[in-house]
Ligand binder design. Structure first.
Ligand SMILES: *[C@@H]1O[C@H](CO)[C@@H](O)[C@H](O)[C@H]1NC(C)=O
Length: 568
């Protein structure tokens, strides 16, 4: 199904393409940092929704946050709250509006969301699963608010809601599946998985055994949906390909390294590397972590240097083997965020210690960019961004925004909110890392998508089917020979892992200037500097589970601002 283009509506769009740059932040060699807001809540968990708002939340059991409920809003009254059972009038979740750089408190979380997991449904609703204590088995929904409903648009949870999950899910990982439901994998003491939503799960409401986690580590496993529909699951230093439909381990991969653990608390990070158009191969990268014994050492106040190594493996290769690469600096508790151009930003975390309260003493160096397509040895580039970021230690997070920036939040390596007398005060700020592709020097090369609309109001967002083609119009002053289109699934990021994150390169044909825009019977010349791209959407949901994605035109390595595209 082709997106319908109406020529009449296009004329104004083509006119606005006269100039192609977008406003860029202050530039510096290696990108830049910008402080955005103090949102009053520490961003342990973050998710971008298709309304360009980020849902950021912490846990609820430590007492007051720094963000009060709006006047007149009843306090959160939860007799099971450990800190304030008599009532808590502060928010533990925030909706951050990216465009306006504003935020508002969200109030309808009742039970504890500590170290939980999440995913976004095909219709764009954030599903937050599990937590701790009275929140172990809870599920809370947060819709993509429209802007006109802000007075009432909030989380769904109410006191005495029944448990939904079949097992306690504290430190679990979620992955959206090809059928639009989600799998919830692991959690403390849980060598199991289950599905959500319960009533429509094709696999039943209960839990299913995943012995591999019991043999390794059940905490926040790195889970990636492979292109064959199976799950690649990594824990500590081992990985399997797992068929969740049958409960069978399809294959066991070689062990990475010499035993060094790389999942929580020795928390490295991991990404599924960008998929090529119509992919037959998939690769996974795991970076950082801590040496054997680091957790025991941290318990007695000794913070071992973090790992400097990454492992990269072609998970679709029958002879899959880990290739070990070395980062410019050691990192534990880092985040790995895929950028619109297929590069990977590695940022946040520490040079020593492990994940846990008070378990690190040295912040990691600045961001590192990993270029998967370069030759081994030429893939990492340490960034030296302008501006001074805050340390982002344990309980920090990061995610990609539609404008190509990386939003960073959180950092609270303490049991409570602590602002004085500690090396790493609780961070309530959100700030943005702008990779160097956003430098003003790249403005002439930056494409600007004119159609479909970049509007964040659902009505005008592009909707496409699997295997369909999407027609894009974009402007660019200085278009090189290497133009690509990518789509990125926004992640639920917490505890160093961007759950559900994936990036696909799409088959794209670009028509050069002096071409014609053909739409039914109408044929109109494209103005100079305007290009038409015909983009082939992924053929099957195993490549990209249904829902909202950010879609970018990339000129060389300079991405446009993205647009939201819904695929079903
Ligand atoms: C948060 O609130 C506490 C207690 O009122 C105050 O001491 C602290 O300065 C606030 N911190 C920030 C970063 O706003």
């Amino acid at each position: 199904m082709k997106m319908k283009l109406r020529s009449l509506h296009l004329v104004p769009l083509l006119l606005v393409l006269a100039c192609c740059g977008i406003i860029s932040p202050a530039s510096g060699a290696g990108g830049s940092w910008k402080f955005l807001q103090n949102v009053g809540v520490s961003g342990m968990h973050m998710q971008l929704l298709h309304n360009d708002r980020v849902i950021l939340f912490d846990r609820t059991n430590f007492g007051r946050s720094n963000l009060s409920f709006p006047a007149g809003t009843p306090c959160r009254a939860n007799p099971k709250d450990l800190a304030l059972p008599q009532g808590d009038c502060t928010a533990h979740a925030v909706e951050y509006n990216v465009r306006d750089n504003t935020f508002r408190p969200l109030v309808h979380i009742v039970t504890d969301t500590w170290c939980s997991s999440g995913y976004v449904t095909p219709d764009g609703t954030l599903v937050q699963t599990g937590g701790w204590n009275d929140g172990y088995r809870k599920v809370r929904l947060m819709p993509a608010c429209t802007g006109t409903d802000d007075a009432t648009c909030d989380w769904s949870e109410r006191l005495n809601d029944p448990d939904v999950l079949a097992a306690d899910r504290w430190y679990a990982t979620n992955q959206r599946l090809p059928d639009g439901t989600a799998i919830i994998v692991g959690g403390l003491g849980q060598a199991t998985y289950e599905f959500y939503p319960k009533p429509t799960s094709a696999f039943g409401p209960g839990t299913f055994a995943l012995p591999f986690l019991g043999q390794t580590n059940t905490l926040y496993p790195f889970v990636h949906l492979n292109i064959d529909g199976n799950l690649f699951i990594f824990a500590n230093n081992r990985a399997v390909l797992f068929d969740y439909r049958t409960g069978q381990t399809v294959r066991t991969y070689p062990t990475l390294g010499n035993g060094e653990p790389r999942t929580n608390p020795e928390a490295g990070s991991s990404v599924l590397l960008p998929l090529k158009p119509d992919p037959t191969e998939a690769e996974v990268l795991v970076c950082g972590g801590a040496p054997v014994g680091a957790n025991a050492d941290a318990q007695r106040g000794v913070f071992d240097p973090a790992l400097t190594t990454c492992g990269r493996i072609k998970i679709t290769d029958p002879a899959a083997a880990w290739a070990v690469e070395t980062m410019p600096s050691p990192r534990v508790m880092g985040d790995m965020i895929t950028l619109p151009n297929g590069e990977v930003a590695i940022l946040n975390g520490a040079r020593d210690g492990v994940g846990g309260w008070e378990f690190a003493k040295t912040p990691a160096d600045g961001p590192v960019i990993y270029r998967p397509g370069n030759a081994p040895g030429a893939r990492f580039e340490a960034q030296n961004p302008a501006g001074s970021p805050r340390p982002r230690m344990y309980h920090s997070s990061a995610l990609l925004l539609r404008d190509g920036r990386v939003l960073v939040g959180g950092s609270n390596p303490h049991q409570f909110y602590v602002f004085d007398g500690v090396q790493f005060p609780t961070e309530l700020s959100v700030e943005a890392f702008s990779p160097d592709y956003l430098d003003a020097a790249n403005d002439a090369r930056r494409p600007k998508i004119a159609f479909p609309s970049s509007s964040s109001t659902g009505q005008q967002q592009a909707r496409v089917k699997y295997g369909s083609s999407l027609t894009l119009l974009f402007g660019a002053k200085d278009l090189g020979p290497d133009v690509s289109v990518t789509m990125v699934a926004p992640s639920f990021t917490t505890h160093t892992f961007a759950q559900g994150q994936r990036l696909l390169f799409l088959q794209t044909q670009v028509d050069r200037p002096h071409g014609y825009l053909v739409n039914g019977k109408h044929k109109m010349p494209l103005p100079h500097g305007v290009f038409q791209a015909t983009v082939q959407m992924p053929a099957r949901p195993e490549l990209a589970p249904p829902g909202y994605y950010m879609l970018f035109v990339v000129n060389g390595r300079i991405p446009s601002e993205g647009i939201w595209v819904h695929i079903s």
